[in-house]
Design a protein around this ligand. Structure first.
Ligand code: ATP
Ligand code: MG
Ligand code: MG
Length: 548
């Protein structure tokens, strides 16, 4: 088999393991529980968990929950469910908020070392003094207060003696650093807010940069992998670890996943949910893991997608078509082939006098042993697709037309003898005769036909609602467009067909089942289905538009 070349993170890890720098690889996936996970997170999940599956060691799930205002237990639960669904197991379920006591002690330690100070300057003053990327900043007048005074005020901050914003705690680094993040960054802020886990115990909360690296260090994370926006944070990450003299986790950055026709920030996806522009976080048009799941994507297809896009050091845009290619590949091998008629007209077999008969259908020619069989009832009157009949056939038309023959899938060859129109000129019925010797699997007719069409027996048909999805945005890069990204929503991203005819076997469909509606695409049952009303989602069309 073909040897896959290593990505740059695997190269670093193999080197670290070979030189004995680490004995055990420890990674983490650190979502903030402020929304549902999306396909970009899936990439980070596959990377972090994939590395410890490959090299041994383990991966922690750590909720990065240092911002009490935006975080909720609902999101913690959905994020866990999504990781499990992708097929990964974390070693420890951890929360940055577990470390609030330790983080507080780290802050005290920095103050005691003369490396942090409290500042009551206004947000504007702080911003002005920060300087610009080309001009150094200036020291705050509070920068040189005594260690004792800093400790005393910081204790009062913790004890709730001040209002939000009255003071901040800042690291004392270098107001002239070329890296703006090193210009005495804020490490603690006052926020009188209830936290989803620690309740009202705290009214000061650490900033991301003061929580993330230290949490990595507390957990002895060897390789802390994040996206490229954090390159400039690495210097600060290392500075805290060095000054606090704690376990030296190392940060590595890779290019985030950007997908065409998609937005991928929780904040923006939340706007779509809150403004009812989609039906919820798991709307099948959403790029969330729960949306993809409901749409009919399989864990395997999402993991295959993440594998194929690989790990890059530079930003790029991945084609949505690649994600669709991956699910098609998977479903082509696994989905049972069934029949549904989306836009029906009636086909009457004028010489069929048997009443009804049970035909046997092979479930999946791509599967071993054809994936088993099922019974498909056949009768004199069938539903067929309107588009499979042409009154005046085009060139190379191999479907129904006056005088033409086709095979009915799993059944007989029929010849079109006549048709009926309504007062508006629309065809309502096609009349055919069938050839009794042409039964599928036992055809002695000697007749060759070029076209095969699907059908559903009128008297046996069940009805279902079908939801057809198209891309959610009309722009390839809705984030990069002028104005609001929501101006680029595709008004035709959802089409509902309220009354589709499906073969009766589908009445027993389960949420986990995947189907190919022959000639019509891949479908799965939606959780909106009830005993009285089945609802199916189109996962993806059959036609592959992705150019490899
Ligand atoms: P969002 O803005 O969508 O909320 P985030 O980075 O703030 O993204 P987190 O919950 O902090 O979301 O992310 C958890 C992990 O997932 C981080 O390590 C982050 O780098 C990674 N991640 C987030 N978005 C992507 C993406 N598009 N591609 C790859 N990794 C991503
Ligand atoms: Mg984040
Ligand atoms: Mg975010």
């Amino acid at each position: 088999s073909e040897e896959k070349s290593l990505n740059f993170i695997e190269e670093i890890i193999e080197n670290d393991l070979n030189t004995g720098k680490y004995k055990t690889l420890v990674t983490r996936f650190p979502p903030e529980p402020n929304g549902y996970l999306h396909i970009g997170h899936a990439k980070a999940i596959c990377l972090n968990f994939g590395l410890t599956e490959k090299y041994g060691g383990y991966t922690n799930l750590r909720f990065d929950d240092t911002n009490p205002v935006t975080e909720k237990t609902e999101y913690v639960n959905s994020q866990q469910e999504d990781i499990k669904w992708l097929g990964f197991k974390w070693k420890n379920e951890l929360y940055a908020s577990n470390y609030f006591d330790e983080l507080y002690a780290f802050a005290v330690k920095l103050i005691e070392k003369g490396l942090a100070y409290v500042d009551e300057s206004s947000a504007e003053e702080i911003a002005t003094l920060k300087g610009t990327p080309t001009e150094p900043g200036k020291d705050s007048i509070h920068r040189n207060r005594s260690i004792e005074e800093n400790l005393s005020i910081f204790t009062k901050m913790k004890n709730g003696e001040f209002a939000d914003g009255a003071y901040i705690l800042r690291a004392k680094i270098d107001m002239a650093s070329p890296n703006m993040l090193m210009r005495d960054p804020i490490i603690y802020r006052i926020k009188h807010a209830e936290h989803h886990r620690t309740g009202n115990k705290w009214c000061i909360y650490p900033m991301y940069d003061f929580a993330h690296g230290q949490s990595d260090s507390i957990e002895n994370i060897t390789h802390s992998i994040c996206t490229l926006e954090y390159v400039s944070h690495r210097e600060l990450y290392d500075w805290f670890i060095e000054k606090l003299e704690i376990y030296p986790s190392k940060q590595y950055e890779f290019a985030r996943l950007n997908l065409s026709f998609t937005v991928m920030s929780k904040r923006k996806l939340m706007q779509l949910v809150h403004e009812n522009l989609v039906s919820g976080w798991d709307d099948p048009r959403m790029p969330t893991i729960s949306g993809l799941r409901r749409r009919g994507f399989t864990p395997k297809s999402v993991r295959e997608f993440c594998e194929r896009i690989g790990i890059a050091k530079r930003e790029n845009l991945i084609e949505l078509g690649l994600l669709e290619f991956c699910i098609r590949e998977d479903l082509n091998k696994t989905a049972n082939r069934v029949m549904a008629v989306l836009d029906p007209i009636k086909l009457v077999i004028t010489n069929y006098e048997k009443g009804t008969e049970d035909l046997i259908g092979e479930n999946n020619p791509e599967a071993e042993n054809g994936g088993g069989t099922r019974i498909i009832p056949f009768s004199k009157e069938l539903w067929i697709e309107r588009e499979d009949f042409m009154e005046v056939p085009a060139k190379k038309w191999f479907r129904l037309a006056p005088g033409a023959t086709v095979r009915l899938k799993f059944a007989y060859i029929v010849k079109c003898e006549d048709f009926v129109k309504d007062e508006n000129g629309n065809v309502t019925e096609v009349h055919c005769t069938y050839i009794p010797e042409s039964k599928s699997g036992n055809d002695t007719s000697g007749i060759n036909v070029k076209g095969t069409i699907h059908w559903v027996s009128v008297q046996h048909a069940k009805t279902a609602e079908i939801r057809l999805y198209d891309r959610l945005f009309t722009s390839e890069t809705p984030d990069a467009e002028e104005g609001d990204f929501k101006d680029y929503l595709n008004p035709e991203s959802l089409t509902v067909l309220p009354n589709v005819y499906i073969e009766p076997a589908l009445a027993n469909a389960n949420l986990e089942d995947r189907y190919q509606f022959i000639r019509k695409g891949y479908y799965c049952l939606d959780r909106d289905s009830t005993a009285d009303k089945l609802v199916f989602n189109r996962t993806v069309t059959l036609k592959d538009t992705f150019k490899k």
